[in-house]
Design a protein around this ligand. Structure first.
Ligand SMILES: Cc1ncc(COP(=O)(O)O)c(C=O)c1O
Length: 384
C-alpha cells in the first residue's frame, strides 16, 4: 500500500539519514574502510564468559530501571577521582550512549528551547534536539583553534531560551580534548547563562597524551554525563551505556523517563560489564596503546600528502584532516576516494563547518592503514 509521507510526523520527516551511513551504504565489499567509528577489537573475553554464565544462571529478566546496583556502584567509584561523593544513586544504566543522549534531551528540552551543539558534530545531536521539540544551534569548533570552541562564538548564540549546551570531549569527529583551563572557560560560560551541560564523554578512556578532563567534579551540578561501553570495552553491538549526574533531582527524572524509553537495560549484560570493570579494568588502555600507534601512522602519512593538513588528535580514534582540492567539496572527494578503494566520511556529514575535511576512523590494522593511505595518496596526486 502506498503511504503518503504526510502520514508521518513533521518531527520524523524533518530528520535525514546521516552522511556517514550514506557513504557506508554506497561502498562495496572491496574497499579499505575508515568509515564507521567502532573499535576492531572484541569485548574482553571475561565479559563474554560472564555474559554467557549470567544467562545460564537465569539472568534473563527485567532489572530495576536504573540497573544493577553493584554495577552502578562500580561505575560511580570509577569517577571517584573526579567526585568522591558519587554513589549508585548517581548512575542510571541505559541501552547505549545513543539512548542516554535521547533521554537527556527528552528530559530537558521543551518546545521553544534551544540547545547549543558543537559543529562538526556526532550526527545524532541535532536530530535528537529536533525530535524532542527544540532547536539545535551549532557552535563552531574550527581547525584553526585546534577544534576547541571559542566562548565569543557561544555568546553570539545563547539567549534566554537556551536550555543546555552539549560538550563532547574527546570529540567525534575531531579527536579534540580539553585542557583544564579550556574546560573552566566552557564551564563558566554555562554557569553564567545557567545552562545544563550534557557532557558526552564516551571516549574518556580512549586517550593518548593527556589525562581526561571531565565536566564531572566541578562545583557545578547542572551536569548530565553520557557514557557508554561501546568504545570503552569494544561493545558497540551490545548497546549498553549510562547517564551519571551529581544532581539527584536530575537522576530522579532521567530514571523515571528511562522506564518509558526502554524499561531497563539488559540483565545478563550488566553482569558482563561488571566483570569487565573488575577483571579487565586495563582493557581500554591496552586498546588505546594500539590506537596511538595507528594515530601516529595515519597522521604522518596524511601530513605528507599534497593538499592535506592534519592535527594529531589527543583522543578518540578519528582524524579530521583539512583536504583542499580545488573545485571539489568533501562529499565529491569522498566519492573519488571510494572509487579509488577507500571508504571515509565527508566532513560535511558532520555539519557545515566540517566542509573541507574528511574523517578517517583508524579502527583497522596498521597494515590496512598503510595500504589505505597509499590509495588516498594516489587519488589525491591525480586530482591535484
Ligand atoms: C560522540 C559519541 N557519542 C555517543 C555515541 C553513541 O555510542 P553508543 O550508542 O554506541 O553507546 C557515539 C558513537 O559513535 C559517539 O561517537
Amino acid at each position: 500500500m502506498y503511504v503518503l509521507s504526510e502520514d508521518f510526523t513533521k518531527r520524523v520527516r524533518s530528520i535525514q539519514p546521516t552522511g556517514v551511513r550514506k557513504m557506508f551504504d554506497m561502498a562495496g565489499g572491496d574497499v579499505i574502510s575508515f568509515g564507521l567509528g567502532e573499535p576492531d577489537f572484541q569485548p574482553p573475553p571475561i565479559a563474554i564468559e560472564e555474559f554467557h554464565k549470567a544467562m545460564l544462571d537465569g539472568r534473563n529478566k527485567y532489572t530495576t530501571t536504573a540497573g544493577l546496583p553493584e554495577l552502578r556502584k562500580v561505575i560511580a567509584e570509577s569517577w571517584s577521582d573526579y567526585d568522591s561523593n558519587l554513589d549508585e544513586n548517581n548512575v542510571c544504566m541505559t541501552m547505549s550512549g545513543t539512548n542516554a543522549l535521547f533521554n537527556c534531551f527528552m528530559a530537558l528540552v521543551e518546545e521553544g528551547n534551544n540547545v547549543l551543539i558543537p559543529e562538526p558534530y556526532f550526527p545524532l545531536y541535532g536530530p535528537d534536539v529536533t525530535l524532542t521539540g527544540g532547536e539545535a544551534r551549532y557552535y563552531p569548533c574550527l581547525f584553526e583553534n585546534e577544534f576547541i570552541p571559542l566562548v565569543e562564538d557561544l555568546e553570539k548564540l545563547v539567549d534566554e531560551n537556551t536550555k543546555a549546551i552539549l560538550y563532547n570531549f574527546p570529540s567525534n569527529p575531531t579527536g579534540a580534548m580539553l585542557s583544564i583551563e579550556q574546560r573552566d572557560e566552557l564551564l563558566n560560560f554555562a554557569i553564567k547563562h545557567n545552562l545544563w551541560i550534557i557532557s558526552d564523554e564516551v571516549y574518556d578512556r580512549i586517550i593518548y597524551d593527556a589525562e581526561h578532563v571531565s565536566f564531572i567534579g566541578t562545583d557545578y551540578d547542572r551536569v548530565l554525563l553520557i557514557n557508554s561501553f561501546s568504545k570503552t570495552f569494544a561493545m558497540t553491538g551490545w548497546r549498553i551505556g549510562y547517564i551519571l549526574s551529581p544532581n539527584l533531582d536530575a537522576m530522579t527524572q532521567v530514571i523515571k523517563l528511562q522506564y518509558y524509553l526502554a524499561a531497563c537495560s539488559n540483565d545478563g549484560m550488566q553482569y558482563a560489564v561488571l566483570a569487565a570493570f573488575q577483571k579487565a579494568s586495563k582493557y581500554p588502555e591496552q586498546m588505546a596503546l594500539e590506537f596511538k600507534d595507528r594515530r601516529d601512522l595515519i597522521c604522518q602519512r596524511l601530513n605528507e600528502m599534497p593538499g592535506v593538513s592534519c592535527h594529531v588528535p589527543k583522543g578518540a580514534f578519528y582524524v579530521f584532516p583539512k583536504v583542499s582540492i580545488e573545485g571539489m567539496n568533501s562529499e565529491e572527494l569522498a566519492i573519488e576516494l571510494l572509487k579509488g578503494g577507500v571508504l571515509c566520511s565527508p566532513g560535511s556529514a558532520f555539519g557545515k563547518s566540517g566542509e573541507g575535511h574528511l574523517r578517517f576512523a583508524y579502527t583497522i590494522s596498521k597494515e590496512d592503514i598503510s595500504k589505505g593511505m597509499d590509495k588516498v595518496e594516489a587519488v589525491l596526486k591525480k586530482l591535484i
